[in-house]
Write a protein that binds this ligand. Structure first.
Ligand code: NAP
Length: 284
């Protein structure tokens, strides 16, 4: 079974669109997401465009603020401060990565926790690990939604996550743990990775290396979630961290790249923006 994140995203966005259409009557306006793009990196431009398109579809107001990569950290922090204070703004997202002279940690920490639609603010991260109310990071949130929609029982399963980044590996491990999976986190120093991954009933791969996970690393019937977004060195096309063609016949459930986790990440961003808007109106 191939889980189409694309199809699920369309369904969820349609539901959000209907919900947002009721907001002007109920609250006098729609949610407002501000995305800050520093520089002109083509990958970042494409992600920001995707976020603007999704916002438009759902009916969320989107403002994209473009700044040159010569902007200083102080100027960027000052802009974030203004947006924090602006009552008409519900969500703030600064597209990463940032130029080297700007500290991503300082920028993330500067965004008001209640407007942190990415769920990267240290207070949101702490709340996640303490099982408190928080904004869930979009990619891990999207992965859990996909597993649930596919009817995958997470409770009691052996889950292996390859990757321990703050953005994907660690938070997805925590969410799987919260769903009562037994979670192993693997990384670049893991010894004999295939023996670890072959033990997985649910395998989440977030490394960033094209077709790194081969069929011999996956157990028959495993659920395989491919988070990676890479260029296939042979064809130049988008591909995941998993050798999809070789593993798809073995897996019980698998996500494709493109069209898997990626669309769900943007969809969860829309959901987080609505959540921040509703929290502000104290009606969640
Ligand atoms: P990252 O910060 O570079 O982390 C990569 C992780 O992979 C690290 O924990 C690293 O281990 C581990 N790793 C690297 N080589 C390995 C190896 N040979 N064996 C085992 N583990 C290895 O990357 P990220 O931000 O988590 O992103 C991972 C991938 O997901 C990228 O392709 C990114 O583009 C993609 N992504 C997709 C979405 C989406 O919406 N679809 C969202 C975010 C990211 P160490 O910790 O030991 O270095």
């Amino acid at each position: 079974m191939i889980i189409s994140g694309k199809e699920l995203s369309v369904k969820l966005k349609d539901e959000m669109k209907a919900q947002v259409a009721t907001f002007p009557d109920k609250y006098g306006r729609v949610p407002h997401l501000v995305v800050i793009l520093v520089g002109e990196d083509p990958g970042s431009v494409s992600y920001v465009t995707g976020k603007a398109k999704a916002s438009e579809y759902v009916g969320i107001r989107n403002t994209t603020i473009r700044k040159p990569d010569t902007i200083s950290e102080a100027e960027l922090l000052s802009l974030i401060g203004e947006l924090n204070a602006d009552d008409s703004v519900d969500g703030i997202l600064v597209q990463l990565p940032l130029p080297k002279h700007i500290s991503e940690d300082n920028v993330i920490a500067a965004i008001a926790k209640e407007k942190d639609v990415d769920g990267f603010h240290p207070l949101n991260v702490a709340a996640l690990w303490q099982k408190q109310d928080c904004v869930l990071p979009c990619t891990p949130k999207g992965i859990i939604k996909m597993l649930k929609v596919a009817g995958v029982e997470i409770k009691g399963k052996r889950a292996v996550v390859i990757g321990r980044s703050n953005i994907v590996g660690l938070p997805v491990s925590k969410l799987l743990l919260d769903e009562n999976a037994t979670v192993t986190i693997a990384h670049s120093r893991t010894v004999d990775l295939p023996s670890v991954t072959r033990n997985a009933e649910i395998l989440v791969v977030a490394i960033g290396r094209p077709k790194f996970v081969t069929a011999d690393m996956v157990a028959e019937g495993a659920v395989v979630i491919d988070v990676g977004v890479n260029r296939d060195p042979e064809t130049g096309k988008l591909c995941g961290d998993v050798d999809f063609a070789a593993i798809e016949p073995k897996a019980s459930v698998i996500t494709p790249v493109p069209g898997g986790v990626g669309p769900m990440t943007i969809t969860c961003l829309m959901e987080n923006t609505i959540e921040c808007f509703l929290r502000k109106h104290s009606i969640m």
